[in-house]
Design a binder for this molecule. Structure first.
Ligand code: HEC
Ligand code: HEC
Length: 242
């Protein structure tokens, strides 16, 4: 499997780079030039140090997410399948290899999580949110989120992200983007299908419940106990591309 070999080579390269960065520079908050941390300063300006999330409740955390998930998103932003102009400008001239390296680097960062913000939604709405996440809504064909994002919602390797640790407004705007076609993954695009089956009230309830859950770590699990209820193309993309 050439992909696996490639990945290991990259990890060794990254490990060597990390060792080369003097601890003193890291501790003083100054970035040693020619390290990934320094090269990623343009990204961490918005995404927070090490990619821990921006301070304004929107810029998502990217640290510690599955590397293949991050890689897919970078490819989507570069191609316009996900739209955010400042990122597209930054990524435009970056090669697949460099995007892969960036994805591996952020995936290997594990800064602490901020405390969740308590939701202002009524308890009954939050309970509806919890129910959708845990059980879905069979009447409208909405599968339980845990069936793909993992029982503890911390994501599943290789390419399903965690649902904990995301801000309320970020979650609800992703559902908006799937519904109106501004966020697309490779077909079959399971999240776009799911988003179209949910009402605005469902989305608000889910975003409220998820964003108020405390999170100490969102280490993705390595597999699901049962096959996912729908096919998701983004899960297969990595193998397809190699
Ligand atoms: C001007 C601010 C800004 C800069 C600079 C920026 N980002 Fe982003 N990034 C965002 C915003 C805002 C989003 C969410 C966009 C959306 O709503 O889909 C995002 C989303 C992402 C996502 C998807 C996260 C997820 O959970 O799906 C990744 C990965 C990412 N950025 C990586 C990067 C990398 C790597 C760089 C540097 C090359 C970078 N960003 C630079 C603001 C920024
Ligand atoms: C059939 C499997 C499946 C189910 C069920 C599912 N998801 Fe997803 N979800 C995915 C996949 C795969 C991705 C990554 C899509 C991509 O690559 O852009 C994803 C991505 C997401 C993201 C983007 C996270 C980020 O960091 O940007 C959110 C939010 C999300 N799902 C919410 C939900 C919610 C809420 C539910 C339940 C109502 C749910 N998902 C059910 C497979 C699923």
């Amino acid at each position: 499997m050439p992909f696996v070999l490639h990945k290991y080579k990259l990890l060794w390269g990254l490990a060597a780079m990390a060792l080369a960065a003097p601890l003193a520079a890291q501790q003083s908050g100054k970035l040693e030039p020619n390290t990934m941390a320094a090269r990623m300063a343009a990204c961490t300006a918005c995404h927070g140090s090490q990619g821990r999330a921006g301070p304004d409740g929107y810029y998502p955390r990217i640290a510690g997410k599955p590397a293949d998930y991050l890689y897919n998103q970078l490819v989507y932003f570069r191609s316009g399948q996900r739209q955010y102009r400042p990122m597209q400008n930054l990524l435009e001239h970056m090669s697949d290899d460099y995007l892969r390296q960036i994805a591996e680097w952020f995936s290997g960062q594990h800064p602490p999580y901020a405390d969740p913000s308590p939701s202002r939604l009524p308890a009954a709405v939050l309970d509806r949110g919890r129910q959708l996440v845990m059980e879905g809504d069979p009447r409208r064909g909405v599968p339980a989120c845990v069936a793909c994002h993992g029982a503890s919602l911390t994501g599943v390797l290789p390419a399903v992200p965690a649902l904990v640790g995301l801000p309320h407004d970020y979650i609800s705007s992703q559902f908006g983007a799937w519904t109106n076609g501004l966020r697309k993954a490779i077909e079959p695009d399971c999240m776009a299908d799911i988003a179209r089956r949910m009402t605005p009230e469902d989305v608000s309830a889910v975003a409220g419940w998820l964003s108020s859950q405390p999170v100490r770590s969102a280490t993705p699990s390595s597999g699901l106990p049962a096959p996912p209820p729908m096919e998701c193309g983004s899960q297969m993309r990595v193998e397809v591309r190699q």
